[in-house]
Design a protein around this ligand. Sequence first.
Ligand code: GLA
Length: 462
Amino acid sequence: MAFYCYILECADGTFYTGWTTDPQRRLRQHNLGRGARYTRDRRPVHLVYVEPQPDRSTAMRRELAIKAMPRRRKQRLAASDPPQILVTATAPGRVNLLGEHVDYNAGPVLPAAIDRIVSLVARLLPGRLVRLEARDLRQSVEFDLDRLPEKRDLKGKPLPDWALYPAGVAWALQEHGLPVTGIEATYASNIPIGAGLSSSAAVEMAFAAVWQAIGGWQIDPLVLAQLALQAENEYVGLACGLMDQFACTFGLKDHVLYFDTRSLAWEAIPLPQHSALVIADTGIRRSLSASAYNQRRAECEQALALLRRKLPGVRALRDVSLHDFEAHGNDLPEIIGRRARHVVSECERVEQAVQCLKAGDAPGLGRLMLAGHASLRDLYEVSTPELDGLVDLAAGIDGCWGARLTGAGFGGCTINLVDAGQVDRFMQALAEGYHKKFGHEASIYHCRASQGVRTEQILLGI
Ligand code: GLA
């Protein structure tokens, strides 16, 4: 759910400040006399300012802060938004239930978009200027759409890391021949950065969707996701696969997405009834992730090249059956063999997990998740002691069917499949167990499988 603070200009010239999840609907309510006692007698009211917020409590605090501002400052905020169309976008993070580190091996994945989002408000600027504000980082930057390959701001300084994602999206859209316009955009996010929940794909897809809406063009959403991936691969420099951008685009409430990264076919499958998803965040952020991640990908490519000598028909590791791997995998160098064994067995686990999901077999799915974690820990070596600790603890708590690290690893979060009736008790037991074992807190929260990226238009000043 997105949150916004807004300012209305009332018929008597005074300002009214509020927070909402839907500025346009709220404006209608105020004008129908159902918004607030203050506005009821001062109609019609006009929306003159909208600002995205990462969550409800920040929105409520910001509302109070704006309310306490002298009129002059409110006027300045309103003047920054003259009559025009604003485009808002919300783009979710994701968890992945199974199929980790297989999307760049053409394998199948099982992600779900979650109710943690990037929310973005943008408006058209004349010319080629992009002016960005990342509210939660308290940083802003300006760059020129005609000089994107330089990766520098208007003053010639290298773009900060966070700005490479929107700049990369603009670059990829332009490379594809799509018109990209100057914008002023401000965004906020409640997806923790570097936690394996795909905050970067959410930023990419939010900007891709905004440029599409403001530019008035429309392309296949899967192609838009692929262009965002191109931004991440070629502009940011992470050799990731398509899973994150895909999940952020096609997320569906209460569903897991079964996505074949080779054929690009996909299917939404309901989560088992009475099951709940719980995220447990170690608080440890990935370090050196780009180099370690890219190294894993290179190891997979090496395994593929060696296996193809014996299995010439194979185009990606996903094509190697477990049976063929048993016959030829032992000839691979030790580390390369372990990496490939993870990929081959993980692809197999995803297919089994789909059967479990279709049969509503939560315990079966949970067992596959635990096996997936062991494989990431022992064969792919992307886990950490804290992630392993969380998974071991979770597996011993009643009501938990399965747990595993989610995303790239090297820190970040676990995803837990839990009996919906036992969520609170599970979260408490896991928090206590983790604190006892590691001496610091894990942040643990219930999340819902949610819808993918959305844009909306808001009319200001009318
Ligand atoms: C990151 C990448 C994805 C995927 C996962 C691991 O999230 O962005 O493409 O490779 O790691 O499954």
